[in-house]
Design a protein around this ligand. Structure first.
Ligand SMILES: [Zn+2]
Length: 346
């Protein structure tokens, strides 16, 4: 199929290590990804050809950057591909702690992310490197979209995902790599990325959305009593199982509220995902979606701040308390003077 495409300017945030993403003149619905030639390995090329043969069946077209047309340059070599232009104005990591976002919108973003993951898994697509920079959010309606689909883990690993951002790698995968003595995801023997490892990353995103951006593995030993406002965590705490609400641990981040601000249903799902997920199965995207809908319908609005919404069974607003703890911490840089959470279940 031949088509003449006239490229416009590079999108803002459209440059990366692999190449650049351009506007296509006259086609506001599409964009073009042009690779740096040295990045176009035979493996990547055959992956793109494979992707063209298996477009996802369900109505995800506008939500994922799946290639719709491969384009060759004048010397007949692959140059890049055309894909839908995703509708987003903010990336997920900027949503986690965004003070403009009302809490119920964060719950909706989490739910929409579940829907997208469910559809991908239904199409036998494994995301692999499911990190916060690959997910876009459109602020107006909280719709989420997924970019960098050419890094997905496809056809059962025949076309593997080669990287994964620290902090989103499932513990069983970290241990597997250690066991087979490699740091490379693409050449490690299977199993590497699976639906279960995606569900680990999904649970991490949901936790961060619901708990003030805090990483679920930001736990420290209760006896240590040293808080830190560093919210992101690398792979080491995941491998060591430092789930913030594990018995004997407490969140290092001063603004992370206690777990009982969530419904029991959500508390149980997080425990399944972060405490027992390695041994059994983690909650699927639809199970999360249902629990998030239940949570959303139980939220009430704070009398002091409209964007604070909280579980109606709580005695007071946990977000007012979190802000108070955070500002005390920022002023004193000490965990000793932090006011205690008074929020309880009614
Ligand atoms: Zn409040």
């Amino acid at each position: 199929m031949s088509m003449t495409i006239k490229l416009g300017s590079v999108l803002s945030n459209g440059t990366g290590g692999e190449g650049a993403v351009y506007e296509i003149l006259g086609r506001p619905d599409l964009v073009y990804k042009r690779y740096k030639q040295f990045k176009l390995t035979p493996t990547l090329e055959s992956k793109l050809v494979y992707m063209m043969t298996v477009p996802p069946k369900t109505i995800m077209g506008e939500c994922i950057s799946w290639p719709t047309l491969l384009v060759k340059n004048t010397s007949g070599k692959l140059d890049g591909f055309v894909m839908p232009r995703l509708k987003f104005n903010i990336k997920l990591n900027d949503v986690y702690e965004n003070k403009r976002y009302s809490y119920d919108s964060l719950v909706i973003v989490a739910g929409n992310l579940c829907t997208l993951v469910h559809q991908l898994h239904k199409n036998s697509i494994i995301i692999g490197d499911f990190n916060h920079g690959n997910v876009g959010v459109y602020e107006i309606n909280s719709i989420v979209s997924m970019m960098d689909c050419d890094s997905f883990h496809l056809d059962g690993g025949q076309y593997p995902c080669c990287v994964c951002m620290d902090g989103y790698v499932a513990p069983e995968l970290l241990k597997h790599l250690k066991k087979v003595n490699t740091a490379r995801y693409d050449t490690a023997p299977p199993p590497t990325f699976t639906q279960q490892t995606d569900l680990f990353s999904l649970a991490t995103h949901i936790f961060r959305l619901l708990m003030k951006g805090v990483s679920p593995y930001n736990g420290i030993n209760t006896a240590v009593r040293v808080s830190s406002d560093v919210v992101s965590a690398g792979n080491e705490p995941i491998e060591k199982g430092m789930y913030v609400f594990r018995q004997g641990l407490t969140p290092a981040h001063p603004a992370c509220p206690p777990k009982h601000i969530l419904t029991d249903e959500l508390i149980n799902l997080f425990e399944q995902a972060f405490l027992f997920g390695e041994q059994s199965y983690r909650p699927g995207a639809l199970v999360w979606h249902k629990a998030l809908l239940n949570y959303q319908s139980s939220l009430t609005t704070c009398s002091r701040n409209q964007i604070h919404k909280y579980y109606s069974k709580l005695s007071c607003c946990p977000w007012c308390e979190a802000e108070q703890r955070e500002s005390t911490f920022n002023n004193t840089r000490s965990a000793k003077n932090l006011p205690h959470y008074k929020v309880k279940r009614k």
